[in-house]
Write a protein that binds this ligand. Structure first.
Ligand code: C5P
Length: 273
């Protein structure tokens, strides 16, 4: 029988780069939340591993060992057919491939399979937080995960249909040692209170990503000028940006407006949790 998996989009509400390890990986302090939109997977046990990809963003997605889904299946000792429906843009700062890999590991674990402890991180720095798939603070290079309780955040995700290579963005950072978030995060009474607090935090990758891909500046300025917007920021290493609202109807209305004015952009209203 097939097992279904859901791989939600990951959004870095904050992303503070606080240092760099000897091996080049950066130390992060990031508040992460997950959307109610994402990729869908279906795993059917069988004698050999195969991967088939469909969906709006299937073009250019490898169907072999180059795909993190494949690597996750091999690492977890799972064989059979995997169907991946790509609804999320890739190379987009919303953890598409990492979330897909995490969904495979969760599905294998749900069938009683053993997931080696270091497998998730070995697949990518974002995979451990994607295993949780709920709001969490991510530290270290991505391996230290602390679940947090956040109010639901009505949001819009916008990608200008451009991918930005993550290593290039990290290389373009002007400072690698920036302040972390406060040790203790406040309790947030509402989406508005959380957005106000988030506005005092940062995504340290925003400036270097903008230097690599100036259209991100256009996305951020379009989102910042929407009526009722509480915060506009880039997620991960870009190019996807998000805008936060206090109500879902405002997010939906503004998503329709921005999709109409920028028909080439990928625009999705969502709720982050
Ligand atoms: O771990 P992952 O393969 O997703 O990382 C992609 C690239 O992003 C790494 O090769 C590295 O250049 C950069 N990165 C980093 N520090 C992190 C996570 C990613 O420098 N904590």
């Amino acid at each position: 029988m097939a097992v279904e998996g859901f791989a939600p989009a990951k959004v870095n509400l904050t992303l503070h780069v606080t240092g760099q390890r000897q091996d080049g990986y950066h130390l992060l302090d990031s508040l992460v939340a997950f959307a109610d939109i994402g990729d869908h997977l279906s795993l059917t046990p069988g004698p050999e591993l195969t991967l088939e990809v469909s969906g709006a963003f299937c073009e250019g997605v490898p169907t072999d060992a180059r795909n993190l889904v494949w690597k996750a299946a091999v690492g977890a000792g799972w064989s059979g057919g995997i169907h991946l429906q790509k609804s999320l843009p890739h190379g987009a700062g919303i953890g598409g491939g990492s979330s897909d890999a995490a969904a495979v590991l969760r599905a294998v674990a749900a069938r009683g399979g053993h997931i080696p402890g270091d497998l998730a991180l070995s697949l990518g720095a974002d995979v451990p937080v994607c295993m949780v798939a709920k709001a969490a603070r991510m530290q270290g290079i991505g391996e230290q995960i602390t679940p947090v309780t956040l109010p639901e955040l009505p949001a819009i995700l916008v990608n200008p249909r451009l991918s930005v290579p993550t290593p290039q963005v990290f290389r373009a950072l002007s400072s690698r040692t920036n302040p972390a978030m406060p040790t203790h995060l406040p309790n947030f009474a509402s989406a508005g209170a959380l957005a106000l607090w988030l506005a005092q935090q940062r995504n340290d990758l925003e400036a270097p990503a903008l230097a690599c891909q100036p259209v991100i500046g256009q996305v951020l300025s379009a989102l910042s000028s929407l009526p009722g917007v509480r915060l506009a920021r880039m997620s991960g290493s870009g190019a996807t940006c998000f805008a936060l609202f206090e109500r879902a109807d405002l997010a939906a209305e503004n998503a329709r407006a921005i999709a109409a004015t920028h028909p080439g952009w990928w625009v999705q209203p969502t709720v982050l949790r």
